[in-house]
Design a binder for this molecule. Structure first.
Ligand code: TYD
Ligand code: MG
Length: 453
């Protein structure tokens, strides 16, 4: 038997080393490096026959490549298609990540039952029994007569069966329970996950099957998982949502066939996942009474606006080192804004605990949150509530200037649609024409904004 090559791989960034290290040299994460045994190359030894054709590889110019196979097909969910960049591409490998219970199996079962009406579809379940899946499908009232099911965890067997069944779309639920005979570690380990995913991806490419792989992410994001897989798959999509919230968001992390940052929104109901067609105000559920520290802002998610409420609590600290906590926003942004407020706004919060929260479990990475955070902070600090009909957005620079953000006009329009009467926005985002029923104030400097406050 040939010698099996062993190396060490960081589960966070995928960097490879020839020996074990405590800290990854690439991403500086601790304790993320684990042993990885490579399988024998699949060109030899009992693999699917598609590999026999590998030697026929020929060089072509780009324009000679046949694109007729490429038209995408719809998943049956507009929100899902949107995140994929317009539908599923045949022969692509798509990873659906998410915490256990997020609804990955539910989403894919619904998708597959719809798709099976028009094309051969195969659902491989390694986690749930066939009965469990069937019961769920029946309870959700899905068409169950066309979808082919298989309960199997051996990747080689799956590929052999898929070769006979010739599906156009396949689901592997989940990649963590899959294993290959050639790899000598337990299912769920980096080696197994990576080799299994690579093998399945090659199968998808050669047989033009769209392959949907389910991957679990734990709370701290560590698993033999998505990060290690990211380079071998075409799209990586995360299904997120807290268990106490009805809403689930689908977000692309990587997409070889479309833009990322597009957001799909679903609601988990008693009868499965339902799309939210117009999600812009779903996270807005405010008190009747105005409260200090609360402000609404308009986010721009991919190609759509989203109204969210930002809350802040500034309270006298009993600690020598006051707390700075940001939920849904970036901690570093918060620290930066506090420094800007101190320097350019003359507001000292050195002796205050500061907490900020984006309501509804939304995660904001956009810079347009800056001005809204500042308003929420100052409002809480002074214990004065802001008007209920006010929206705010804008980036704040280090010298206290207010910078424009993309799609300013559309953001203001969306706020006006939801009944907001006033907007404070960067001066350069001022709309050219007046929006009826909306008073828009443009600000250039932090001091101007604070004056209005
Ligand atoms: P599931 O798809 O099994 O999650 P995953 O595969 O990502 O681990 O979803 C399980 C959760 O979804 C479970 O906590 C219950 C909830 N759920 C509903 O609320 N309604 C439904 O109709 C279904 C099928 C699940
Ligand atoms: Mg599942």
């Amino acid at each position: 038997m040939s010698k099996i090559k062993t190396n060490y791989v960081c589960t966070d960034c995928g960097a490879e080393y020839s020996r074990w290290l405590g800290q990854c040299n690439e991403c500086k994460a601790w304790n993320t490096i684990s042993e990885f045994r490579q399988a024998k190359t699949p060109t030899r030894g009992g693999s699917f026959s598609g590999f026999a054709g590998m030697s026929n590889a020929k060089v072509q110019t780009l324009d000679a490549i046949d694109l007729t196979d490429l038209p995408r097909f719809s998943s049956g969910f507009n929100e899902f298609d949107r995140v994929l960049g317009g539908g599923i591409v045949p022969g692509s490998a798509i990873l659906i990540g998410g915490e256990p219970g997020a609804g990955k199996s539910t989403l894919l079962l619904q998708t597959m039952c719809t798709l099976a009406a028009n094309m051969p579809a195969l659902y491989i379940t390694g986690e749930e029994s066939l009965q469990q899946v069937a019961m769920r499908a029946q309870r959700l009232g899905l068409a169950t007569d066309k979808l082919k099911m298989l309960s199997e965890t051996s990747v080689e067997n799956i590929c052999l069966i898929a070769e006979k069944e010739k599906p156009k779309i396949m689901v592997i639920d989940s990649i963590q329970v899959m294993h290959m005979a050639d790899v000598q570690s337990a299912p769920g380990s980096v080696s197994q996950v990576r080799e299994s995913a690579a093998y399945l991806t090659r199968f998808a490419k050669q047989h033009h099957v769209a392959m949907l792989l389910v991957g679990h992410v734990t709370k701290d994001g560590s698993l033999a998982g998505p990060k290690v897989l990211e380079h071998c798959i075409d799209c990586s999509i995360m299904l997120e949502g807290t268990s106490d919230s009805r809403f689930r968001t689908l977000r692309g992390n990587k997409n070889r066939f479309g833009a990322v940052n597009e957001l799909g929104v679903f609601a988990m109901t008693g009868s499965g996942l339902k799309e939210v067609k117009n999600p812009s105000a779903i996270f807005l559920n405010r008190n009747e009474e105005a409260t200090p520290g609360s402000i609404v802002m308009v986010l721009w998610e991919g190609t759509r606006p989203l109204l969210v409420e930002i809350q802040a609590l500034v309270d006298h600290s009993a600690l020598g080192n006051p707390r700075r906590v940001a939920v849904g926003a970036e901690q570093n942004r918060l620290s930066m804004l506090l420094a800007i407020l101190n320097r350019h706004g003359g507001l000292q919060m050195n002796d205050q605990d500061v907490f900020v929260n984006v309501v509804g479990g939304v995660k904001v990475s956009e810079t347009s949150i800056d001005l809204a955070l500042i308003f929420a902070l100052v409002s809480s600090f002074r214990d004065k509530s802001l008007p209920q009909d006010l929206v705010v957005f804008g980036e704040v620079g280090l010298s206290g200037e207010i910078r424009p953000v993309p799609s300013g006009q559309e953001r203001i329009n969306e706020a006006a649609k939801h009944g907001f009467k006033r907007a404070i926005v960067p001066f350069n985002n001022m709309p050219k024409e007046k929006i009826s029923g909306m008073e828009v104030i443009g600000v250039k400097k932090l001091s101007e904004a604070l004056e209005i406050l």
